[in-house]
Write a protein that binds this ligand. Structure first.
Ligand SMILES: C[S@@+](CC[C@H](N)C(=O)[O-])C[C@H]1O[C@@H](n2cnc3c(N)ncnc32)[C@H](O)[C@@H]1O
Length: 376
């Protein structure tokens, strides 16, 4: 009886049809969003409309199914038969409800897809004049607090050995400027469409606050410093949370042989002596793999990057082993990446929308609600 047309099995089959159809459309949308440029906006709109249609049909299907279930239960001639019918409908009822929960998320996913229907360029360094004055002053206040924190976390005096080695003491780049450069570097990394987890290095990391900050952007962050007391302070900070994939070690930037193991290398003028600083830049540029993103926020680097074989992307961001022409075209691709610094998703269950979430996050887009501050 359950296999008859209008019985639970037939609805189960129809549910499979909806699921298969939806997955097919999602696959096509995913392919469109995976294009780094020249997305077919009309195709995106058409596929979104197909999903709209499917969701409407699904709601009608649910109503029809409930009517059929109620009629069958009412027609039962004995309590045992009624129990059998309820049991038979139970499984399909649970599955259709689960699918309905997925369908309910379409409005949110639709917004995410529509944001990417065309690839638009968003500058890596938006003009500061565009910031609201209130935001600007809040950033300044936050920077001051980070400078205090920086000093509290690493109260040690510079060692004599470090001073004799022409090391600068642990002077922090401001927090907001660091985020500006890292965000630009992050979007370059997205534009490069890398497959392996990205590794970040802070050359001369002092008390380690930048190594920690960079962990918000990249899955593995390292730092090293010449000064052992600074390294101790950094390790003390990073040991406070088991979930960090951050490491700090003692090392001399001039003799380090591991620059080739990183994808993003940040160096904020660690060395005071110009000739030694140039030696360090040469070691980094020689060892870094082509495509490695370099973040060098200090005044003398712009005059030297070209001779080191690095292309300038913008601001303090450069890429090793690229001509300026290649760097310009990479910058355009990076500008087409979205503005989100994607946070790990702790959703436990997989969802039919996962392919669209994954491709969107790889484009620098995400569901805005995951980032919005509450308003009171
Ligand atoms: C200007 S501070 C930068 C601190 C941190 N990276 C930041 O951006 O806030 C320079 C740091 O580089 C370290 N340093 C200087 N010369 C170094 C060298 N040859 N090898 C490793 N670290 C060095 C100093 O000890 C100091 O902590």
């Amino acid at each position: 009886m359950h296999e008859q047309s209008g019985g639970p099995d037939s609805y189960f089959k129809q549910l499979g049809g909806f699921d298969g159809r939806l997955k097919g459309i999602i696959q096509k949308l995913e392919a469109e969003l995976a294009k780094p440029s020249r997305r077919n906006a009309r195709q995106v709109d058409f596929l979104c409309t197909e999903i709209d249609r499917l969701t409407r049909e699904y709601l009608l299907f649910l109503t029809a199914m409930n009517t059929a279930r109620i009629a069958q239960e009412a027609a039962a001639s004995t309590p045992d038969e009624a129990m059998d019918i309820k049991r038979a409908w139970g499984v399909v009822g649970a599955r259709t409800n689960l699918f309905r929960l997925e369908i309910n998320r379409w409005a949110t996913i639709r917004g995410l897809v529509q944001e990417q229907r065309q690839t638009r360029r968003l500058p890596l360094y938006p003009p500061q004049a565009k910031l609201a004055k209130t935001t600007y002053t809040q950033m300044g206040a936050s920077d001051d607090v980070f400078h205090w924190l920086h000093a509290m976390l690493n109260p040690s005096e510079q060692s004599d050995a470090a001073r004799d080695h022409a090391c600068f003491p642990d002077i922090a780049l401001s927090n907001s400027e660091f985020h500006e450069h890292l965000h630009a570097a992050y979007r370059v990394i997205l534009a490069q469409r890398r497959n392996e987890p990205v590794r970040f290095l802070d050359v001369g990391c002092g008390g380690g606050l930048k190594v920690l900050t960079a962990f918000r952007y990249f899955p593995e962050t390292h730092g090293f410093d010449f000064d052992p007391a600074y390294v101790d302070a950094a390790n003390h900070l990073l040991s406070k949370d088991d979930g960090l994939n951050c490491q700090v070690f003692e090392q001399d930037a001039l003799t380090f042989e591991g620059y080739g193991n990183y994808d993003v290398i940040y160096f904020y003028r660690p060395i005071s002596e110009e000739t030694l600083l140039i030696e360090m830049e040469q070691a980094i540029a020689t060892q870094a793999r082509p495509g490695t993103v370099l973040v060098a926020p200090y005044v003398s680097f712009p005059a030297r990057h070209e001779a080191l074989g690095c292309g300038h992307i913008g601001g303090a961001v450069y890429v090793a082993g690229l001509s300026q022409k290649q760097a310009n075209s990479l910058r355009i691709k990076a500008e087409k990446m979205g503005p989100y610094i994607v946070k790990p998703d702790d959703a436990l269950l997989s969802s039919v929308w996962d392919p669209l979430l994954v491709v969107s996050r790889a484009n620098g887009f995400d569901i805005p609600d995951r980032y919005k501050k509450p308003r009171y």
